[in-house]
Write a protein that binds this ligand. Structure first.
Ligand code: FAD
Length: 379
């Protein structure tokens, strides 16, 4: 039996690890378009940018692990098509070259996301999109005292870059078209705290303000962080059901019974939330990797884990559990000291009809388990 894993990011590497941990002894191959060992991306906008860690620290395993565990890691190899009927795929060198057909019995798609491009910035200069080791290395080199950094988008990545850039003494301006940073996820009450945090650290945060050509022309470095697009072209061309992500059931199986999909690309029917959800977070890549490994070899485990993510900005560390659904929340409770720029620690709970939909803490690590366990309870 051959299990083919298409990807080479955290979700792919976790699934391979779990397959061996669970005793799968057969053939396994990972096709990884990037010419790197599989690695985690969160450090690229945090410890690596700050200069606290080398990129190698982000690797899931060292090269020996793949050899020792008989995982055929094909670095720099891109899968260009899948034939679900014949149970074959075609792969070629990512830089171009001849494609070769390979058979598979079960296939796992973990192709992740690509940064969403911003044409105005692409025309103006050579903007940075922070997705890969190469992007992070290039940005790290540009973060110097006094450098003029323009960041387009006050999302997670934009704000983490702002934090690292201020750490290096750069002059940072962030343009955001919404009223507040992160407002779609956190709502106005908590989003305001992030706006305050960045302004307290000297970021020129321009809300309700689209960036213009003059601002781009005046920048030494432009960083665009306006979201990611799931890499679903391969799945779509193979005839799998795709709709803002590869559609998978509660066991992470696609519309083809021998193909599973996980990580950033998977739009899953979530049995606890009772709706479809696609999550672009580190923890989902790991947890779905574990469940997919089990199901690829005949298991029927449901993926019922709730979303979780974290961020680090300046001295603030936060964790967020759960998910506010499309109907939103009708109450938010914020407890503790919200002056996070001065080391404050707080907890926030988003409720709908008295039930906690999502909860977070900032700098309150002892409360982490209680905050997580509050999700789904009455408050
Ligand atoms: P990816 O990590 O995108 O990996 C997919 C891989 O598949 C890529 O290497 C791609 O080149 C390869 N690939 C694509 N198509 C093919 C093909 N046809 N053939 C072969 N290979 C292919 N999440 C958090 O929860 N907290 C954080 O603080 C956080 N910080 C982040 C910081 C940055 C800078 C970025 C970019 C992301 C961050 N995330 C964070 C999100 C998290 O990293 C992603 O959710 C996670 O990487 C998803 O893993 P994945 O394996 O699904 O996809």
């Amino acid at each position: 039996m051959t299990i083919a894993i298409v990807g080479g990011g955290l979700a792919a590497a976790t699934a391979a690890t779990e397959l061996r941990a669970q005793g799968y002894d057969g053939d396994m191959v990972i096709y990884a378009a990037e010419d790197h060992l599989p690695y985690e991306r969160p450090p690229l906008s945090k410890a690596v940018l700050l200069g606290d860690e080398e990129v190698a620290s982000a690797q899931v395993h060292d090269a020996d692990w793949y050899a020792e565990n008989r995982v055929r890691l094909q670095r720099g190899v891109k899968v260009v098509s899948i034939d679900p009927v014949a149970h074959t795929l075609r792969a070629e060198p990512a830089g171009g070259g001849e494609s070769v057909e390979h058979p598979y019995d079960k296939l796992l798609l973990a192709t992740g996301s690509a940064a969403r491009h911003f044409p105005l910035a692409d025309r103006a200069a050579d903007p940075l999109y922070l997705r890969t080791i190469e992007d992070s290395t290039r940005l790290r080199a540009a973060l110097r005292p006094g450098a003029k950094i323009v960041i387009v988008g006050a999302g997670w990545i934009g704000l983490e870059v702002a934090s690292a850039a201020r750490h290096h003494g750069a002059d940072v301006t962030v343009y955001e078209v919404s009223d507040l940073p992160l407002v779609n996820v956190l709502g106005p009450e908590v989003a305001q705290l992030f706006a305050d945090l960045h302004r307290a650290h000297g970021v020129d945060l321009r809300l309700n303000t689209p960036v213009d050509e003059a601002a781009l022309a005046a920048a030494d470095v432009i960083v665009v962080g306006i979201g990611a697009i799931p890499s679903t072209e391969l799945a779509e061309a193979a005839g799998l059901d795709v709709d803002n992500g590869v559609l998978v059931d509660e066991t992470l199986r696609t519309s083809d019974p021998d193909i599973y999909a996980i990580g950033d690309i998977a739009s899953q029917w979530h049995p606890v939330l009772g709706r479809r959800i696609r999550v672009e977070h580190w923890d989902t890549a790991i947890e779905q990797g574990k469940v997919a490994a089990y199901n690829l070899v005949g298991g029927h485990e449901q993926y019922a884990h709730l979303p979780y993510f974290f961020t680090d900005q300046y001295d603030l560390g936060m964790e967020y559990f759960g998910s506010v659904g499309p109907e939103g929340y009708d109450r938010v409770d914020v407890e503790g000291d919200t002056h996070v720029a001065n080391g404050g620690a707080f907890r926030a709970y988003w409720m709908k009809d008295g039930i906690v939909q999502a909860a977070m803490h900032a700098n309150d690590w002892d409360a982490s388990d209680a905050v997580r366990d509050s999700v789904g309870t009455v408050r």
